[in-house]
Design a protein around this ligand. Structure first.
Ligand code: INI
Length: 166
């Protein structure tokens, strides 16, 4: 038997999709910057014209699951990172949007076997969102790190499935 865990050394050969909500784009744009910084520092070419990262902008968090699921079904990517911001103070929409995006992102991963990272901030205030998108720390960085780790772990599990156990 063995212990399996993702590593951070293979990112340079990975392919990633990033799905970003335009709603609250002052926040989601910052999350994206954090995410790109992490990927770059792990050897990933984040240029949109390159071959490693594709970017998909959607109107808001509610639309993220549909796009994430379609991308996962393509099996073109090692991991998909979903970035959004749902801020409670703004509208009673909060509960519906937060609930749908969390369920939808989870099921996109579960249905397809592709890691789909939940990089959606759900906060009470804009101030709290800014704190998590750069003022105190930038969680976009952590979401990218989770994507790299999960891509590595899933690759190990898939490789193991094809081993000859005879
Ligand atoms: N979308 C968000 O990404 N964050 C929010 O805080 C938000 N609120 O609160 O309304 C939001 N609404 C838009 C929603 O995601 C859809 O884009 C829209 O309802 C069209 O389907």
């Amino acid at each position: 038997m063995a212990i399996f865990e993702g590593t951070f050394t293979q990112a340079a050969s990975g392919r990633f999709a990033i799905v970003i909500g335009r709603f609250n784009d002052l926040i989601t744009g910052k999350l994206l910057e954090g995410c790109q910084d992490c990927l770059k520092r792990h050897g990933v070419d984040t240029n949109p014209d390159g071959s490693q990262v594709d970017y998909f902008w959607v109107p808001g968090c509610f639309e993220i699951p549909l796009v994430a699921r379609q991308l996962a079904l393509s099996h073109h990517y090692d991991a998909i990172i979903c970035l959004g911001a749902v801020i409670k103070g703004q509208t009673p929409h909060f509960d519906y949007v937060a609930s749908e995006v969390s369920k939808g992102v989870a099921s996109a991963g579960m249905e397809t076997g592709v890691p789909v990272i939940f990089g959606v901030l759900t906060t009470d205030t804009m101030q709290q969102a800014f704190e998590r998108a750069g003022i105190k720390s930038n969680l976009g960085w952590n979401y990218a790190l989770s994507a790299i780790e999960m891509a590595s772990l899933m690759a190990q599990i898939k490789g193991r499935g094809s081993e000859n156990r005879g």
